[in-house]
Ligand binder design. Structure first.
Ligand SMILES: N=c1c2ncn([C@@H]3O[C@H](COP(=O)(O)OP(=O)(O)OP(=O)(O)O)[C@@H](O)[C@H]3O)c2ncn1[C@@H]1O[C@H](COP(=O)(O)O)[C@@H](O)[C@H]1O
Length: 107
């Protein structure tokens, strides 16, 4: 579904802003897209605190969608994110963090 929505996002880029919400975001520019991500991330956090599963799902969907618009802005297909997650797969976050602090100690 992320790939499908991303494909639509890319198709909307050149459309009229009054006929497409995605086109209106592109027309308003990067700061508008970033502002929406900040807003939706906050709303996701508030929903997480509230504990209503429906709200968590709805706000997370809004957040994912606006992140797809940002990826579209930079022509970055979701596959790039999947590849990064695959690269990290199986590496404990704690192990990765410890290796980072060892690297900075060595400097
Ligand atoms: N998944 C979504 C999606 N999720 C959320 N939204 C919109 O994101 C906006 C977020 O809600 P807000 O209340 O925060 O925003 P707002 O007050 O309307 O907007 P601002 O004035 O703050 O910018 C709403 O207008 C939602 O309708 C989405 N708009 C589009 N899509 C997908 O993008 C496709 C293309 O959409 P259009 O470009 O509108 O054709 C659609 O077919 C969907 O697949």
């Amino acid at each position: 579904m992320l790939d499908e929505v991303y494909r639509i996002v890319q198709q909307r880029r050149d459309q009229s802003a009054d006929q497409s919400y995605v086109a209106s975001l592109f027309a308003k520019g990067l700061d508008k897209i970033l502002g929406k991500i900040g807003e939706e991330a906050t709303e996701t956090a508030v929903a997480g605190k509230g504990g209503d599963p429906k709200e968590v799902v709805s706000e997370t969907a809004d957040l994912f969608f606006h992140v797809l618009v940002l990826l579209g802005y930079y022509d970055l297909p979701p596959e790039r994110i999947y590849a990064e997650l695959r690269r990290r797969f199986g590496v404990s976050g704690l192990t990765e963090k410890a290796s980072r602090s060892q690297k900075s100690d060595a400097r």
